[in-house]
Design a protein around this ligand. Structure first.
Ligand SMILES: Nc1ncnc2c1ncn2[C@@H]1O[C@H](COP(=O)(O)OP(=O)(O)OP(=O)(O)O)[C@@H](O)[C@H]1O
Ligand SMILES: [Mg+2]
Length: 351
C-alpha cells in the first residue's frame, strides 16, 4: 500500500509549530518511521497567511535536516477561512461533465470571487430525496493561499504532491486509528494555536465541516493583555510556570473564559447538525491540536454537549520504536501530531 516510491512525508504547517511524519506499512501493520516538530517564530504565519516565506523555508529545511527526512515529496494541508467544504446537490451527471460545469454550480455557495478559488469535488452518490440529483462534496480554496503554501514548500526544496484540507487529514487519521462504527455520529475538533477545524461525521461521511478563527493563542493574548509580558512569557505562564506578574486566579479566569467561548462556538456547530438530523445524537467528540490537551475544555464540553469527550491518539495503531523515539514526548504532543499523521497516510496517486 505504501510502496516507498509513492510514499509522502506528511507536513503540517501550523501557525505555532510545524510537524512532519513519515510512516511505513508492512505485513505486521503500521509503524512510525520519522517524526519531527519545531516551533516557528511568532508572526511568521498570521490568520493562515504566510508572512515571511524565507524564514519559514529555513525552519522547514532545519526540520527535515535535524530529523533525518530524506524524502522530499510531501503532502501538505490548508485550512481556515480560505477553505470551504460544502455538501451540495446537483443534477445527476458524469464526473467528466461536472468537471466542466462545477464552476457554475459552485458559484452560489462560495463567498469569494469564483475566479479566485481552486475547486475540487467528489461525487458522493444519489441524493436521498431526489433521485435526479446527486450529492457532491465541494471543496473551494483560495488560489492565493494554495499558491503561498506550495511556493513555501518549494522554496524549502520540497515537492508538494498532495494539497489536502486539514479536516480531511484529521478524518483520515481518526478512521485509521479508531475504525469508527457505521452508524456512529462523531465530531472531530482540532483546536490549534490560531484556528479550529470542525468535522462532523455520520459514519464515514462528513456532513458538516467548518473552520473558525479560535485557538490557544487567544489565551496568550489575554495574558499579555492583562500583564506586561513577552510572547514567550505568556506561553510559559499558560503552561503553569509560576509568575509574580499574574495570580493563579486570574490565569484560571482567563482559561475559563476562552474555553467557554470555544464551547459556545462548538455548540453552535452541533446545533446546526441537529437541525438537519433531529433524530441523531453526537455521542462522541474527539479533540486534537494543542487545545486537546486542555483538561478544562474536555470537562466543560462534556457537560455542555452531553457527549463523551476524548483526546485523540494519532499513534494508536502505530508501532513506535523505543530506540528511535522518545515515546514519552510523543505521548505528550500526540494531539498536535494528528494532522501530519493523517497527511502521512496519503499516497502520491490519491485524489
Ligand atoms: N497542555 C496545554 N495547555 C494549553 N495549551 C496548550 C497545551 N499544549 C499545547 N497548547 C497550545 O496549543 C497550541 C499549539 O497547538 P497546535 O500545534 O495544534 O497549533 P498549530 O497547528 O501550530 O496552529 P494552527 O493549526 O492553529 O495554525 C499552542 O498555542 C500551545 O500553547
Ligand atoms: Mg494546526
Amino acid at each position: 500500500m505504501f510502496g516507498s516510491k509513492n510514499k509522502l512525508v506528511g507536513l503540517d504547517i501550523g501557525s505555532k509549530s510545524i510537524k512532519a511524519a513519515e510512516i511505513m506499512e508492512s505485513k505486521k501493520g503500521f509503524a512510525l518511521t520519522k517524526f519531527g516538530m519545531v516551533d516557528i517564530a511568532p508572526g511568521l504565519i498570521e490568520d493562515g497567511a504566510i508572512k515571511n516565506p524565507e524564514a519559514l523555508a529555513d525552519t522547514l529545511r532545519t526540520l527535515f535536516k535535524s530529523y533525518g527526512f530524506k524524502n522530499r515529496s510531501v503532502a501538505i494541508s490548508i485550512g481556515g477561512y480560505s477553505v470551504i467544504v460544502k455538501k451540495i446537490s446537483v443534477q445527476s451527471t458524469t464526473e467528466q461533465q461536472l468537471q466542466d460545469t462545477i464552476h457554475f454550480e459552485a458559484e452560489q455557495y462560495i463567498p469569494f470571487d469564483i475566479n479566485d478559488v481552486n475547486l475540487d469535488f467528489q461525487i458522493m452518490g444519489e441524493n436521498e430525496s431526489n433521485p435526479n440529483q446527486m450529492n457532491v462534496l465541494l471543496v473551494a480554496a483560495k488560489k492565493e493561499m494554495v499558491n503561498d503554501y506550495v511556493n513555501l514548500a518549494e522554496l524549502a526544496g520540497l515537492e508538494p504532491r498532495i494539497i489536502d484540507v486539514d479536516a480531511f487529514a484529521l478524518q483520515n487519521v481518526f478512521e485509521l486509528n479508531y475504525e469508527p462504527n457505521e452508524n456512529e455520529n462523531i465530531a472531530l475538533i482540532d483546536i490549534g494555536a490560531s484556528k479550529t477545524s470542525l468535522n462532523i461525521l455520520k459514519g464515514r461521511n462528513s456532513v458538516f465541516m467548518r473552520d473558525v478563527s479560535l485557538g490557544c493563542g487567544q489565551i496568550n493574548q489575554k495574558i499579555a493583555g492583562l500583564i506586561d509580558c513577552s510572547a514567550e512569557e505568556a506561553e510559559a505562564i499558560k503552561f503553569g510556570e509560576s509568575s509574580d506578574k499574574i495570580s493563579a486566579e486570574d490565569l484560571s479566569d482567563i482559561i475559563s473564559s476562552v474555553v467557554t467561548d470555544w464551547c459556545t462556538e462548538i455548540r453552535r456547530a452541533l446545533d446546526f447538525f441537529y437541525s438537519t438530523y433531529p433524530d441523531d445524537q453526537i455521542k462522541k467528540i474527539i479533540l486534537s491540536g494543542g487545545g486537546g490537551n486542555i483538561q478544562e475544555l474536555r470537562q466543560l464540553l462534556a457537560v455542555e454537549t452531553s457527549a463523551e469527550v476524548v483526546t485523540i491518539n494519532p499513534f494508536q495503531r502505530f508501532y513506535l520504536d523505543n530506540d528511535k523515539f522518545d515515546t514519552e514526548y510523543l505521548e505528550k504532543i500526540a494531539p498536535q501530531a494528528s494532522i501530519c499523521m493523517g497527511l502521512a497516510t496519503r499516497k502520491v496517486d490519491d485524489k
